[in-house]
Design a protein around this ligand. Structure first.
Ligand SMILES: Cc1cc2nc3c(=O)[nH]c(=O)nc-3n(C[C@H](O)[C@H](O)[C@H](O)COP(=O)(O)OP(=O)(O)OC[C@H]3O[C@@H](n4cnc5c(N)ncnc54)[C@H](O)[C@@H]3O)c2cc1C
Length: 304
């Protein structure tokens, strides 16, 4: 029962908790809210293509600096109402008071969205800047997990970091935070993008040592052009491994070959993760579904 919020609509989508508990491998795809009518068209074309693969869920990011609040809710609501997909709405604490966060959670609930990814968010100036909380807001994702949980029967996911969060003292501190988020009511985690299967399995082991056994879905983004190498490092605060960049730089004169190698690297990584026991894969699409769809289909032994 939702307290003080509109209850989720009858016929609202299943929870990711229920879908993961069903035991099948989870395949999910991440999108971001578009800023122009042209980008909106690209997004919906991609969502319709992904819909045909019948993924476990699709997620919609919340803009850095809390900028795309309305766009995120609008796209997530439309996915809930106009498609057969299960949507996951991201939510960050950036520049929001507790009351504003309550109202966003209420807007999700009113649209039939029961799945939320509770994040602190990066500082508005980017991951390298110091974090500053809203004066009436929150400092850590764990507080948002607690708030969402206190407001109703929602399913809550959180972020995890195989390569360490840039602000964390060490890998162990990160695993402890993940265990605390699970203790506070997180049902599962999705990782930041990474390139080493061993880094993922080490995170799972470290979290388990703290008693955390929630499913941890690996976040995978294929590199499709050379410029992305720098961009990904900026976003995650971690340089890509040379084993990956060497393979991409070896073909950098040929953009098509870079893309193919990027898809190959991502496919190999996903195979290692799944054969090692990962519960599924969360694909970061950048709203163009072709590369992630190809990786997904490679895992099923098909091509686009
Ligand atoms: C799957 C995924 C999806 C994402 N989607 C978005 C998005 O839609 N929009 C967006 O803006 N950003 C997004 N991000 C980025 C994310 O917001 C940043 O990485 C952010 O810096 C950390 O968020 P968090 O939820 O892990 O924060 P937290 O869990 O609060 O952690 C932040 C830092 O504080 C430390 N910490 C946490 N709790 C405590 C505590 N109790 N005491 C002391 N230290 C603590 C952690 O170790 C970490 O170093 C996403 C990240 C991932 C992995």
């Amino acid at each position: 029962m939702v307290t003080g919020l509109p209850s989720t609509r009858p016929g609202s989508t299943p929870t990711i908790r229920e879908l993961l508990a069903a035991g099948n491998r989870s395949f999910s795809f991440e999108f971001f809210p578009p800023k122009t009518p042209e980008a909106e068209e690209v997004l919906w074309r991609s969502i319709r293509e992904i819909e045909q693969l019948r993924p476990t869920f699709v997620s919609i990011t919340y803009g850095a600096g809390g900028t795309t609040r309305d766009g995120t809710i609008r796209v997530t609501e439309r996915v809930a109402q106009d498609t057969s997909l299960t949507p996951l709405g991201h939510l960050t604490c950036v520049a929001h008071s507790r009351d504003e966060l309550r109202s966003v959670i209420g807007a999700y609930a009113g649209s039939g969205v029961r799945n939320m990814l509770a994040l602190r968010g990066d500082p508005p100036g980017g991951p390298s800047q110091p974090w500053v909380a809203h004066p009436e807001g929150m400092n850590h994702a764990i507080e948002l997990v607690e708030l969402i949980r206190s407001l109703g029967d929602f399913c809550v996911g959180v972020a995890a970091f195989p390569d360490k969060h840039p602000e964390a003292a060490d890998l162990d501190a990160d695993a402890r935070v993940l265990a605390e988020k699970a203790e506070a009511g997180a049902d599962y985690a999705i990782t930041q993008m990474f390139f080493g299967a061993d880094d993922y399995f080490s995170l799972v082991d470290r979290a388990a040592a703290y008693g955390c056994d929630i499913p941890i879905l690996p976040g995978i983004m294929p590199v499709t052009n050379i410029k992305q190498i720098k961009r990904m490092a900026e976003l995650t605060g971690m340089a890509l491994p040379t084993a990956v960049t060497d393979r991409l730089h070896a073909v950098e004169e040929d953009p098509k070959a870079v893309r193919e190698v990027g898809i190959e690297i991502a496919s190999e990584l996903c195979e290692k993760l799944l054969s090692g026991g990962a519960p599924g894969i969360h694909f970061i699409t950048l709203n163009r579904s072709t590369a992630t769809r190809q990786v997904y289909l490679n895992l099923q032994g098909t091509t686009v």
